[in-house]
Design a protein around this ligand. Sequence first.
Ligand code: ZN
Length: 468
Amino acid sequence: MSQIKQSSERPNSSDISSKTAIALVGGTLIDGNGGPPVKDSSVIISKGRIVDVGQVAEIQVPDMALVIDARGKYVMPGLIDVHVHYFDWMGELFLAHGVTTVKDLGNDLIWISTISSEIARGEVRAPRIFYVGNGLDAPPPARDTHVGVSNSEMCRLAVTLSQQKGATAVKVREKITPELLGAVADQAHRLGMPVTGHLRMTDAREAAQAGIDGLEHASGIVQALTRYPREIDPREDELTTFIADLKAWDLVDLDQGKHLMDFLAAKRVAIIPTLANWGRMASARRDRFAEEDAGYAARSALKYVPDMWRRIWEDSAVFRLSDNRVLAEVQKGYEKLQCLLVHYYEAGGRLLAASDTFISVPGASMQRELEMLVDAGFSELQAITMSTRDNSDFLGLSADLGTISRGKLADILVVDGNPLEDIRNTQRIHMVIKDGDVVDTNYHADYSVPTPRPAPTRPVWLESRLHS
Ligand SMILES: [Zn+2]
């Protein structure tokens, strides 16, 4: 008997570091694979991973497990947001809304790799972060975080150096040409990285032929189908450009649009429409979103969010179109976009859920993306599958994330209502588990990160290598 450890014995340090098993028992499981929900389910978690999952009757609960009663609740994978612009203050907001993994689409590469490691080591309460390197574009770069590449050798080198700094995907920008994109895609695919783009000069058809894997903001589609300009008017601000981009969908001939969608689906080019960002101005829900944002701005525990953002949340002015004629035009364009997205998905396309969080409330905007996908005509189950399994597939992480399956990391969301009846029930968060740990989903006025985000500067380390 002496060798059997008594439960009253004080655990040694290795016992403390190895996580206790958790059993989530009795909930309705929506596992992320897109199948019907499983009632009376059990999910067993140990050492950060899901070790067993199935019906209560079939699953053995380990003796020492912490049993969590999930009866009456719904258990689903943690949400994955595949398009964010990460700032140091965003971590708690993502977790509080059930987002356990994000992909950053444009940041200072050195900083994002630093904070991503700090999160992985458990030093920061935040979602795990995957990231692209600095956006690659034809010179001159339009922003400090973009890098100009003017020939295929530079494209290849920029991709390789970004990967060495931990980037797992590549992003190309508005001025990239088909030739440069082809060189980027060649090298990225050689290194096992997908290429995604915010396009304008190169249209979606040309980009698909050059090897692109994802179209951020569904960009390049209007250019492939209409005479809509391929150059940004430098006199226009970003908001004006986005309003014009949304309106431009109304120029698309639907039959031609569907034909292109069939082509993109066949080519396995993903579309990441990021409806929750600028599409928000066209949504019938925009007034409620504005009210909610004002509520976040007023929360004292979120005082650590810099004033600039809280002021934007306070009045949502950038998402309100005061001119009713412009609003009607934007809504007409938006309806065609919704219709084409449904056609694309039905043709087998890879439609992904992402918020493009930048000025919107992190996490809340991912939850809105789900609502707006349902508004567009997708089922609640399809929207959930896009934001979990399909996103992890696109990131190349399906061995570890995206579904509640044996062997995967335990990133789990427990919600208080049935999201298949009303997608807004994914917002009624009861519990968030990340890496097998129950996450603190409260906001803390003293939230801070070890390495704050620096002001964007040109990536001199990368540019000097490209020009040497
Ligand atoms: Zn973005």
